[in-house]
Design a protein around this ligand. Structure first.
Ligand SMILES: C[S@@+](CC[C@H](N)C(=O)[O-])C[C@H]1O[C@@H](n2cnc3c(N)ncnc32)[C@H](O)[C@@H]1O
Length: 150
């Protein structure tokens, strides 16, 4: 199974869309607190449609807590600040695809400590970043495409 990790997500419709994405893709969604909304938020449920109750969602007090539970699993950090392109990575079953908060992205310290696991989705120079849910969709389906390879 593939895993999508949202670190401190802030905007309910983004998380709702990603929950729906993960359900469709058969992936698990991990939410790292603090969240910028309540899990009861109407906008979250609306974006996740009536699928929310079926989604495989886990909430963690910190990324450290998730990583301690994940054992040897690999974590890939999606950021605008890396040079390695995500499609050059070779994803494996059990990989965790990590995304940052909408306003600030992933912490610099986390990126610095995991430089060899930071990847980017290429953009034109005049684009600052992609939407969080768009990024998660691109990344998750590339990982799925690779895993489906004979
Ligand atoms: C709206 S963006 C955050 C923007 C923030 N100002 C920054 O520069 O990181 C939210 C998250 O989407 C993901 N993201 C957005 N665009 C991306 C890109 N081109 N490559 C990789 N990840 C991206 C990252 O995980 C990012 O933390």
């Amino acid at each position: 199974m593939l895993h999508v990790v949202l670190v401190e997500p802030e905007i309910p419709p983004n998380t709702g869309n990603i929950a729906r994405l993960c359900l469709a893709a058969g992936a698990r969604l991990h939410l790292v607190e603090p969240l910028g909304f309540s899990l009861e938020e109407k906008a979250l449920r609306r974006a996740g449609m009536d699928y929310w109750e079926q989604c495989d969602v886990k909430v963690w007090p910190s990324l450290d807590a998730l990583q301690a539970d994940a054992g040897d699993a690999r974590f890939f950090y999606f950021t605008t600040k890396a040079s390695r392109i995500y499609w050059d990575e070779r994803f494996q079953d059990g990989d965790h695809l990590v995304f940052g908060r909408e306003t600030r992205g992933l912490p610099e310290s986390l990126l610095a400590a995991n430089g060899d696991r930071c990847v980017t989705i290429p953009m034109q120079e005049n684009a600052r970043s992609l939407n969080l849910a768009t990024s998660a969709g691109i990344a998750l389906y590339e990982a799925m495409r690779q895993l489906a390879r004979p």
